[in-house]
Design a protein around this ligand. Sequence first.
Ligand SMILES: Nc1ncnc2c1ncn2[C@@H]1O[C@H](COP(=O)(O)OP(=O)(O)OP(=O)(O)O)[C@@H](O)[C@H]1O
Ligand SMILES: [Mg+2]
Length: 206
Amino acid sequence: MIITIANAKGGVAKTTSAMYLAAAYGLRYEKEVHVLDADVQGSASLWADLAEQNGEDLGMVRVDAANASTLKRLRRTLDQETDDGLWIVDAPPQGPVLETAVKVADFVVVPTSPSPLDLQQAWATMSDIPEGKPAAVLVTRAERRTNAYRQTIIGLDEAGTPRFEEEHMISKRQELVNALGRKPSRLYEYPTVLDEIMQVMQEANA
Ligand SMILES: Nc1ncnc2c1ncn2[C@@H]1O[C@H](COP(=O)(O)OP(=O)(O)OP(=O)(O)O)[C@@H](O)[C@H]1O
Ligand SMILES: [Mg+2]
């Protein structure tokens, strides 16, 4: 299964979400999980490099660089074999690699900050996702008591945009500001996000 994390807006916790969802999968299923770094910034790869330098063990999580060709090849391989593993793509903000990363995905997660303004970008990203492909908006750095958070949820619901359950939205946390290069030890809401994706996929394949 391929989960692509995508949003044209920068700094919305794409890389953090890719690494934490992978950690959640590794822990839950005790299986190797691949984060595919398709972003030219290489933040996921840098995360893995720093972890190695610092002696932080990422456990079941492997980070590999990816491009449009390797993503397409992975899709073909997965279509031919019945592999129940997980690949998580940290997509770039725009361009043909983003398009491919969305195309090859079984599920697309669109993280957004809790700002009604940033929602425009999340919607733009959602609107580029092919009809019928499972996708949902994940609010990150959520401060649930704020007006901005409330307005973001209301905005999503009024537009009928698929979103994760409110309890699964990722709260703003100081620990996550400094997460780069570290082994995700506490996983916060991410395991519940993973469960929600798995449930949607199970229902879609039933
Ligand atoms: N839940 C959170 N609470 C607080 N800070 C967070 C949270 N999630 C991520 N961050 C911080 O927000 C910043 C952006 O996160 P990240 O690099 O994952 O976003 P991105 O969408 O991958 O950015 P880019 O567009 O540069 O690829 C980082 O400093 C990260 O540590
Ligand atoms: Mg990133």
